[in-house]
Design a protein around this ligand. Structure first.
Ligand SMILES: Cc1cc2nc3c(=O)[nH]c(=O)nc-3n(C[C@H](O)[C@H](O)[C@H](O)COP(=O)(O)OP(=O)(O)OC[C@H]3O[C@@H](n4cnc5c(N)ncnc54)[C@H](O)[C@@H]3O)c2cc1C
Length: 653
C-alpha cells in the first residue's frame, strides 16, 4: 500500500455517513489516512421523511442535509459523483468522469423499489424512494386535483381523484396519512367535495403495518379509516395497466395515481458490480424478517418470490460486514444480505447505522491490525406518522399512539440530526416541522407557525427604541456621565445615582447630589413604586463593591446610560435588533433586581420579546446587515468546526 491509506465510502445515506463520521473521528489527526465520501447528490437525504414532502407537509429542503453541513470543517473529502461500477481487482470506483482509487472501500448505496415482476407495475406506478420520487408524487397529486376540478365526465373525474397506494407497510401507511391530510387542503382550494376523493391502501396481507402488535395495527387502521382511507386487505395486485390496477386477476381499480411502496431490494447499482448477491444465502435460513416493513409483505412473499434477489439483489456479507469476495470491501445498510437468527436483517435505519458502525470499526481494525468485530443487531422500536398530527409507535416494547408516538418520532429524528450536523440541523428540523408548518399539520398544532408581519411590529420597535433613547439622554442631561471636576482620577461621589450605593461622605454627597440632579431620575420613583426591593446579591454588591469604589460605581453607571442610548438607537434603526432586544430584557431584569425597576419596565421587556423575532429585518438595517453577517460567519473556520452555521455553510474545497 502507498504511504497514504485511502478509504473510500460510497453512498452518503444513513450508513455511509455514519461510517464516514466514525472513520473521521478515528483519523482526524492522521495525515496518512485520507477519507473520501462519494454520493450522487451533494446532500444526505432523510429518507424516513420523504412521505412528508410527497404529501406537501414539508418542503424538499426539509429532507436534505448538505454534506457541507455534515463534513464542512473536517478533512473528509466529499465528492458529488455517480459511481457506475467498481473495479475490485484494481481497487477503484469508476464514474463517467473519473476514477477513485481506494485501499478500503465501504459501500452504502441503499436500496430501490422491487416490483416482483408483476406485469405493468413498474411501468405504471410512482415510487417513493428518493427525493425526486417524492417531488414527482406531490406535483402529480396536485395536478390531479387541478384537472379534476374542470373534468365534467364523472368516471374520468373519479379516476383522477382516486389515489391508490400499494403496500400497507411504513411507507404506504405514512403516505396515505399525508394524502388524507393534504386532501383537506386541496379540496377547498380546487372546489372539490372531499367525498369524491378516494385514498386506498391495497395490501395483500390481512392487516397494514404488520410489524406492530395487533392493538396498534388496529388503532392505525381505525385512524386511517376515520380520516377517509379505504383499506383493501388480502388484495394481491396481479397486474397494472395505464389507469388501472388489477387485484387478484378479478377486481379493477381505475386510477390515475398508483403509488407502489410494496417492496425494496438492492439498488440498480448492485447489478453493476461483481459481488456475490444474497441468493447465495437462499435456502432454509433465508427468510426475511420484520415482514412487510416497507410494503405489502415486501419481505415475506411465499414461494420463489420471497427470495427474489436476482441481479439486483442485496449483497452477501459476512458477520463483519465484509463482502465475501474481497477482504478490503465492506458494506452497510439497505444493500446488504445478512441473516441473523435465521432472518435477513430488515432494511431500516437502525440496520444501516449499526452495520456502518461495524464496517467502520473493522476498516480501522484492518488498518491498525486489531481484532475485527461482528454485527449483532439490536432494534429499539418503530415509529410511523399518519399525517402530521397522529401516529403510532412501538418503542422499547411500549406501545404509543397520538401525541406520544409523534413526540417520540420527532425526538428520535432530532437526536439523529444532532449527531449528524449539530444544532444547525436540529434547528432546521424544528423550523420545517413546527415553525413554518402550514395548515396546522403538526402534532402541536399551528400555533408555532404563525408570524406577525414585521410592519405591525415597526411602530412598537421605534417607540421602544425611542423610550430607551429618551431615558439615556435624560440621564446624560442630569450629569450621569459627569464624574465631577476632578474627572475619573477622583470621581465625585455625589455624581453616583445607582441605588443602594452609599459612600462615607454620604451626607455631603446627598446635599450635593440634590442640587445637581433631578430627584428620582431614571429610578423607580420617576415612574412609580419599585416592583420589588433589591435582591440580596445586588445589595451586597452595592454595599461592598460599588460603595467602596466611586470610580467603579461611576463606570457602571456610565455603562448603563450608554447601554440605554445604544439600545434605543439600535431599535430605532433596526440594527442588531435581536441583541438590542435581548439587552432590553437583560437591563429590565437588572433594574428590577436592583430594586430600581418600576412597572413601566415590564412593558419594555414584553415589547422586547416581540422584537426578538427579527423585527429589524424589515424597515431596518438588519435587512442588509444580517445576510452580510451570515455570509461572513459561515466562512469562519470556527463556524465550520463547531457546525454553528446559520443556514448553509459556504463550501470550501
Ligand atoms: C418513505 C420512507 C419511509 C421510511 N421510513 C422508515 C422508518 O420510519 N424507519 C426506518 O428505520 N426506516 C425507514 N425507511 C427506510 C430507511 O430510509 C432505509 O433503511 C435507509 O435509508 C437505509 O440507509 P442506507 O444508508 O442503506 O441507504 P440510503 O439512505 O438509501 O442511502 C444511499 C445513498 O447512496 C447514494 N447512492 C446510491 N447509488 C449511488 C451511486 N451509484 N453513486 C453514488 N451514490 C450513490 C444515494 O444518493 C444515497 O445517498 C423509510 C424509507 C422510505 C423511502
Amino acid at each position: 500500500m502507498a504511504d497514504t491509506t485511502k478509504i473510500l465510502v460510497m453512498g452518503g445515506g444513513y450508513g455511509g455517513v455514519k461510517a464516514t463520521q466514525d472513520l473521521y473521528k478515528r483519523y482526524k489527526k492522521r495525515d496518512d489516512v485520507e477519507i473520501t465520501l462519494i454520493d450522487k447528490n451533494p446532500y444526505h437525504t432523510l429518507m424516513t421523511e420523504l412521505h412528508e414532502v410527497a404529501g406537501h407537509r414539508t418542503e424538499p429542503e426539509s429532507v436534505q442535509v448538505s454534506f457541507a453541513k455534515i463534513f464542512g470543517g473536517t478533512s473528509v473529502r466529499v465528492v458529488a459523483d455517480e459511481i457506475q461500477t467498481i473495479n475490485f481487482q484494481e481497487n477503484k470506483a469508476i464514474s463517467k468522469v473519473g476514477e477513485y482509487p481506494y485501499d478500503y472501500l465501504v459501500i452504502g448505496a441503499g436500496g430501490e423499489p422491487e416490483f416482483f415482476d408483476i406485469p405493468g407495475v413498474q411501468q405504471n406506478s410512482f415510487t417513493c424512494w428518493a427525493l425526486e420520487d417524492a417531488i414527482r408524487i406531490r406535483t402529480h397529486v396536485e395536478e390531479m386535483f387541478r384537472e379534476a376540478a374542470k373534468e365534467p365526465d364523472a368516471q374520468r373525474r373519479r379516476s383522477l381523484l382516486t389515489f391508490a397506494i400499494a403496500g400497507g407497510g411504513f411507507t404506504g401507511a405514512e403516505l396515505a396519512g399525508e394524502l388524507l391530510e393534504w386532501k383537506d387542503v386541496l379540496c377547498p382550494k380546487y372546489h372539490i367535495d372531499s367525498n369524491e376523493v378516494r385514498v386506498i391502501i391495497i395490501e395483500m396481507m390481512d392487516s397494514i403495518l404488520p410489524i406492530f402488535p395487533e392493538k396498534l395495527r388496529k388503532k392505525a387502521s381505525d385512524y386511517l379509516r376515520k380520516k377517509g382511507a379505504e383499506l383493501m386487505l388480502n388484495a394481491p395486485i396481479t397486474k397494472a395497466e395505464p389507469g388501472k390496477i388489477i387485484i387478484a386477476d378479478e377486481e379493477t381499480i381505475s386510477t390515475d395515481t398508483f403509488i407502489w411502496t410494496a417492496g425494496i431490494h438492492g439498488s440498480e447499482f448492485t447489478s453493476k458490480i461483481d459481488l456475490t448477491k444474497g441468493q447465495c444465502a437462499r435456502g432454509e435460513d433465508a427468510e426475511a424478517s420484520i415482514e412487510g416493513i416497507h410494503g405489502m409483505a415486501g419481505c415475506s412473499f411465499e414461494d420463489d418470490e420471497r427470495y427474489v434477489v436476482g441481479e439486483r439483489g442485496r449483497i452477501l456479507v459476512d458477520d463483519q460486514m465484509r463482502s465475501v469476495d474481497f477482504p478490503n470491501v465492506y458494506l452497510c445498510g439497505d444493500m446488504i444480505w445478512y441473516t441473523y437468527n435465521e432472518k435477513v436483517v430488515p432494511q431500516i435505519v437502525e440496520t444501516a447505522l449499526q452495520t456502518a458502525e461495524v464496517a467502520a470499526h473493522n476498516v480501522i481494525a484492518d488498518i491498525e491490525k486489531k481484532e475485527r468485530e461482528s454485527f449483532k443487531p439490536s432494534y429499539h422500536g418503530f415509529m410511523v406518522s399518519l399525517g402530521g398530527r397522529w401516529g403510532v409507535a412501538y418503542v422499547l416494547g411500549i406501545p404509543l399512539t397520538g401525541f406520544f408516538a409523534m413526540g417520540s418520532k420527532h425526538l428520535i429524528n432530532l437526536h439523529y440530526l444532532f449527531g449528524l450536523a449539530g444544532i444547525n440541523a436540529v434547528w432546521g428540523y424544528i423550523r420545517h416541522e413546527f415553525l413554518t408548518i402550514k395548515h396546522e399539520r403538526s402534532f402541536v398544532g399551528g400555533h408555532f407557525a404563525w408570524k406577525i408581519p414585521v410592519y405591525w411590529a415597526l411602530p412598537l420597535r421605534v417607540f421602544l427604541g425611542g423610550k430607551w433613547l429618551a431615558e439615556g439622554i435624560k440621564k446624560v442631561s442630569e450629569g450621569w456621565l459627569n464624574p465631577g471636576a476632578e474627572g475619573l482620577a477622583n470621581v465625585w461621589t455625589g455624581a453616583i445615582h445607582l441605588p443602594g450605593v452609599a459612600f462615607e461622605d454620604a451626607a455631603a454627597a446627598a446635599t450635593e447630589a440634590a442640587s445637581s440632579a433631578t430627584p428620582g431620575a431614571g429610578g423607580a420613583d420617576a415612574y412609580g413604586e419599585a416592583l420589588i426591593e433589591a435582591i440580596g446579591a445586588y445589595t451586597w454588591f452595592a454595599e461592598n463593591v460599588l460603595s467602596a469604589s466611586p470610580l467603579l460605581a461611576f463606570l457602571l453607571q456610565s455603562a448603563v446610560v450608554l447601554a440605554q442610548i445604544g439600545i434605543g438607537l439600535a431599535l430605532i434603526g433596526g440594527c442588531f435588533t435581536f441583541l438590542a432586544s435581548a439587552a432590553s430584557i437583560g437591563m429590565g431584569i437588572m433594574f428590577i433586581a436592583s430594586g430600581w425597576g418600576n412597572p413601566e419596565l415590564l412593558w419594555y421587556m414584553a415589547a422586547a420579546i416581540v422584537m426578538l423575532g427579527g423585527a429589524g429585518r424589515g424597515f431596518g438595517l438588519d435587512h442588509w446587515l444580517m445576510p452580510a453577517l451570515k455570509r461572513w460567519w459561515n466562512r469562519r473556520t470556527f463556524a465550520h468546526k463547531t457546525k454553528l452555521y446559520t443556514g448553509e455553510p459556504r463550501i470550501r474545497n
